[in-house]
Write a protein that binds this ligand. Structure first.
Ligand code: SF4
Length: 688
């Protein structure tokens, strides 16, 4: 929409917060945001939004926005012009390339940025610099879910749409605080419960809103989900309730998998998880009785040492019961950030090009090399987690990071911060001076979603366009333009006039998105991948076959990995997750007045039993200490948590940052930090 100070413009955008991907019109007058108007044609949300989508936009005009590049001088930063900042980047990148080679540089893309920007970031790393050291923050959340799905069904995406979840007869939610983390999606479930008696089972540590509304709420011991999932699957098979026809026609490796379940008896599962046999049988019976079951899961499953295996166990259960290939059924790993799906879809991964094509595949690499006119290395690069270790080891010297506050969101922060201090050159590109910027040598001012065109992919694999609502603030620029300027300084000759040209190039190289174009995404139109060349998209991901050898899915045996064990003095387990009002480290929401007025800071949830034992009341300040660091927080006493379980929202950038407590322990298959495996001792500082 054309900006004119004197009139009201209405421009379609897509929410910049969670992966539900709500779209709506933004009403603006100049830079002033007047209101958010959801429209019935919005595919993911219709006329619904949550508090963040509706009121979480003040940050765009915040006084604290970065308006000019910053260059470090000693312990301080000074403002600079773009030319000077880009000169410095060019000279440092070039010197490192000459001195240590391309693998001494690494690139981290952002799940807040557009698909086009993620595409360019990996093109810069691979095609211009010559390294596959490129990753994005799905490494911190949903990579294990993607791994579990790749193993079993071949695609790492939701099986259907949010409307499928709504029409399921049974929804099982595991390790997901859906009502606060994916509010509009949770509303669909709540409505389905009311309107057509949808049954809901919740497995979680904390009695959150959806748990409260569930038909059955179970509290398995931390990190034990794989055990109860496998026991339920075994019980279903023992009862003869498995879907024989589906297994015969669509699934391989059935016998080996069935044999692998021997030890997952109800007795064993009960002993490990603390769940009763009655609860286990009730879950199995509910799945048997429902015509369609959808399973939703999130970080409570994935952020463990065995996160990929537990995700695999979920998919195994769905395969055994024939809960794929039909509406209302399937697996739904709920994506966290607005474009965390797209960041991986568009190749910001150390071993995959866009569309999950392997870097090690000669034919694929040749296609990209031909289009880009460069050579691309065969060897997969480092993931985020490995990058930190490589910096400590002296192998990685330069990091270019956009749109992520890794200095708060990465696990074991003291270890991460000391790595950043060792970097020879660190470029951080963001819209605010984040915690991570404190370690940078150059800070580049980027533009948020409202100041650019582009596309996002939501949790349903749905491409949606966002339109530029207003011009970039000050000297800030859209990330795709900044990456282009850096690439061209490093010898490329990119001439993208508009993000649609970037999408055209990406689609031409990526069979999964072959038919994606801006024309087909006009206004509220959307496409769910895979998208064929003629523009046919795929709301139901698996219709006739699975994208695996012989068109068949695979049952994949998994073993339970015990959660990290702590010395007995660390006697309290800290669960962590989101708050409805805030988003992640809060860089955006703490700058939105409408939201901070309601929730100014995070608090530690303490159970009534523990509060009584330790003489804690609402407002009591405590210090939590793990083997890796400590934090100070105020408490509230609530029966949402139970026994020695604590809950600390991750949405703090103040004294309560959870990641001073978390370790470097990670999922063994994807290196996703085991954020949920943390135990602490607690010291009461200011009893009331
Ligand atoms: Fe935005 Fe998610 Fe809220 Fe929708 S549910 S408005 S996408 S934060």
């Amino acid at each position: 929409a054309q900006m004119r100070e004197e009139r009201i413009d209405k421009t379609k955008t897509v929410c910049t917060y969670c992966g539900v991907g709500c779209s709506f019109d933004v009403w603006t007058k100049g830079r002033e945001i007047l209101k958010i108007e959801p429209r019935s044609e919005a595919p993911a949300n219709g006329v619904s939004t949550c508090v963040k989508g509706k009121f979480g936009w003040d940050f765009v005009n915040s006084e604290e926005r970065l308006k000019k590049p910053l260059i470090r001088e000693g312990d301080a930063f000074r403002e600079a012009e773009w030319e000077e900042a880009l000169d410095l980047i060019e000279s440092k990148f070039t010197a490192t390339l000459k001195g240590k080679g391309p693998d001494a540089l690494a690139f981290i893309s952002s799940s807040k940025c557009t698909n086009e920007e993620s595409y360019l970031m990996q093109k810069l790393g691979r095609g211009v610099i010559g390294t596959n050291n490129i990753d994005n923050c799905s490494r911190y959340c949903q990579s294990p879910a993607t791994m579990g799905l790749w193993r079993t069904v071949g695609y790492g995406g939701d099986s259907g749409s949010i409307t499928d979840i709504a029409q399921a007869e049974l929804v099982i939610s595991i390790g997901s605080n859906t009502a606060e983390s994916h509010p509009v999606l949770a509303t669909r479930v709540k409505r389905a419960q009311k309107l057509h008696g949808q049954k809901v089972i919740v497995a979680d540590l904390r009695e959150h809103e959806l748990a409260n509304r569930a038909d059955l709420f179970v509290r398995p011991a931390p990190g034990s989900d794989l055990v109860w999932l496998s026991a339920v699957t075994k019980y279903i098979i023992d009862k003869g309730w498995h879907d024989r026809a589906f297994l015969r026609d669509h699934v391989n490796d059935v016998d080996a998998y069935f044999a692998s379940l021997d030890k997952y008896t109800l007795d064993y599962a009960s002993e490990v998880t603390g769940m009763t046999k009655k609860e286990l049988i009730s879950i199995a019976t509910s799945i048997h009785e429902a015509k369609s079951t959808s399973i939703l899961w999130a970080m409570g499953v994935t952020q463990h040492g065995g996160g990929s295996d537990t995700s695999t166990a979920i998919s195994n259960l769905l395969l055994v019961t024939g809960n794929y290939m039909k509406p209302g059924a399937g697996s739904y790993p709920l994506r966290g950030h607005n474009n965390v799906q797209g960041a991986s879809d568009f190749g910001s991964m150390p071993d995959r090009f866009p569309g999950y094509q392997f870097v090690s595949d000669d034919a694929v690499r040749a296609r990209f090399e031909k289009s880009w006119g460069t050579e691309i290395p065969t060897k997969p690069g480092l993931n985020n987690h490995e990058m930190v270790d490589a910096i400590h080891d002296g192998d990685l010297e330069v990091l270019y990071l956009k749109g992520e506050d890794m200095g708060i969101v990465d696990s074991n922060l003291n270890h991460v911060h000391s790595a950043y201090e060792k970097l020879k050159f660190f470029v951080v590109q963001d819209i605010f001076f984040s915690k991570t910027c404190e370690y940078a040598d150059v800070v580049l001012p980027a533009s948020p979603s409202l100041e650019k065109d582009g596309t996002f992919v939501n949790t349903e694999r749905r491409f949606q366009r966002l339109y530029k609502v207003m011009d970039p603030l000050g000297d800030s620029k859209p990330d795709w333009q900044i990456i282009t300027e850096i690439a061209n300084r490093m010898g490329a000759d990119w001439n993208y006039a508009h993000p649609s040209e970037i999408m055209d190039e990406a689609a031409s190289l990526t069979p999964l998105f072959a038919g994606v174009s801006y024309d087909r995404l006009e206004g509220y139109d959307s496409l769910q991948w895979p998208v064929a060349e003629d523009g046919t998209d795929t709301p139901l991901l698996f219709e006739k076959e699975f994208p695996l050898p012989g068109g068949k899915a695979r049952l994949w045996p998994v073993e339970w990995t015990k959660p990290l064990e702590f010395e007995s003095e660390y006697d309290l387990h800290v669960n962590n997750g989101r708050l409805l009002e805030h988003f992640h480290e809060g860089n955006l929401t703490y700058k939105s007045e409408g939201i901070t007025a309601k929730t100014p800071e995070v608090f530690l949830e303490v159970s009534p039993d523990l509060a009584k034992e330790r003489k804690i009341e609402d407002g009591t300040k405590v210090r939590l200490t793990s083997p890796y660091g400590s934090v100070k927080v105020s408490c509230i006493v609530t029966d949402r948590v139970f026994g020695n379980q604590l809950y600390l929202p991750m949405n703090s950038s103040g004294e309560g940052v959870i990641n001073y407590l978390t370790s470097s322990h990670a999922d063994k298959d994807t290196d996703t930090p085991a954020y949920k495996e943390v135990s602490v001792k607690m010291e009461v500082l200011e009893p009331k």
